[in-house]
Ligand binder design. Structure first.
Ligand code: SAM
Length: 267
């Protein structure tokens, strides 16, 4: 996988990507990274890349020409037109499925905006995908590009030491991951679940699967729509949902007398 990042802050991209797991993968030649400064393609006196917006309004906009020239210098050296991803809060929401899909590409170009964004015309000309990392607005596209590259890299064969670990994590099969424990066996009086020390693999797998389902039902029930479950597991989901509703109802009921008690004291 070759990453090409168009940015006004190449040092942010390089310092993050060259550390830890992605850094090791770059050293091993599994990934490559070039962070290109868009400012190097602004051929004016002060290498200015932004200007006021037509029609008025607050803030500055990145101009089309430096972005285009920067993109051309990257794409012009590649064998075919690469996927060019513009990071924007207006894009399709990034998820694990998209990470898996993008990990199949040989080259990916990321375009990081700044200020109020980028002149629409150059986006129309070079961008193939507009992607958002969440429903909030950041100051620049660098953190979103780093988030995407990190998640994509984990799906590139050889990047993770243990190939399996990328496949058993949260979101694989539409479920969140089960809880995990390491030594010591007892910490702050909390014991590791006995089944995990039993050495009985089938029971361990069953326990983990159930905890995965349970976590997903509690924390991200929206994921269940795409989960791959057996009929028996769907029955378990229904049972968990019923129990959860009961718990919520009990919690609500317990809240009321407390509030009433407080109100009585206040009177
Ligand atoms: N005016 C733009 C709008 O309302 O859509 C927001 C511009 S934002 C301040 C500056 C840059 O940060 C964007 O061009 C984009 O590259 C990046 N950015 C901000 N939030 C983002 C998000 N949630 N996902 C991806 N990129 C984001």
């Amino acid at each position: 996988m070759r990453y090409h990042v168009m940015t006004l802050f190449p040092e942010i991209i390089e310092s993050c990507m060259k550390s830890s797991i992605t850094g090791r993968a770059i050293d091993a030649g599994i990934l490559s990274l070039s962070a290109v400064n868009i400012r190097d393609y602004a051929f004016n006196k002060h290498q200015k890349v932004d200007d006021y917006t037509y029609g008025g309004g607050a803030g500055m906009l990145m101009q089309a020409e430096p972005v285009y020239l920067c993109w051309e210098s990257i794409a012009g050296n590649l064998p075919r037109k690469p996927r060019t991803i513009y990071l924007t809060p207006q894009g399709r929401l990034f998820d694990q499925q998209m990470a898996r899909e993008l990990a199949q590409e040989e080259d990916l170009i990321f375009l990081c905006g700044h200020y109020e964004g980028i002149d629409e015309r150059v986006l129309e000309e070079v961008v193939t995908d507009q992607v958002s990392i969440g429903d909030y607005v950041l100051t620049g596209g660098e953190l979103p590009a780093l988030v995407m590259m990190d998640a994509i890299s984990r799906m590139v064969p050889g990047v993770l030491g243990n190939e399996e670990s990328g496949e058993t994590e949260s979101f694989s099969g539409g479920l969140l991951e089960y809880p995990q424990y390491s030594r010591p066996m007892v910490w702050h009086g909390r014991e590791v679940p006995e089944v995990l020390m039993s050495g009985h693999h089938a029971n361990v797998d069953k326990w983990r699967r159930e905890r995965s389902i349970e976590r997903t039902v509690r924390n991200r029930p929206d994921l269940l729509k795409k989960a791959e479950l057996t009929n028996q597991e769907w029955a378990y989901v229904r049972e968990l949902k019923r129990r959860l509703k009961e718990e919520q109802q009990t919690a609500k009921e317990e809240e009321i007398p407390e509030e009433r008690g407080q109100a009585d004291e206040d009177i």
